[in-house]
Design a protein around this ligand. Structure first.
Ligand SMILES: [Zn+2]
Length: 72
């Protein structure tokens, strides 16, 4: 599980300064940005909040995301 406080403060690093970058917590394995549709994997309870990582998953549909995400 990811800490509840962390869930509330985490934002998409690409959008936080512009549109807000509110993230959706998906299947306890991903954060999905509601603005740019980047998807950030949570690997071993650690969210990987890197724009380059999010970029890899922009074109992948939500329900096609692997759970658990691939480890790096
Ligand atoms: Zn974003």
């Amino acid at each position: 599980m990811v800490d509840q406080t962390l869930l509330e403060i985490l934002r998409c690093p690409n959008c936080v300064r512009t549109t807000g970058g509110v993230l959706k917590y998906y299947r306890e394995a991903w954060f999905i940005c509601s603005d740019c549709n980047r998807k950030y994997p949570i690997v071993e309870d650690i969210p990987v909040m890197l724009v380059e990582e999010g970029d890899k998953w922009v074109g992948v549909a939500e329900d096609a995301l692997p759970v658990p995400p691939p480890s790096r």
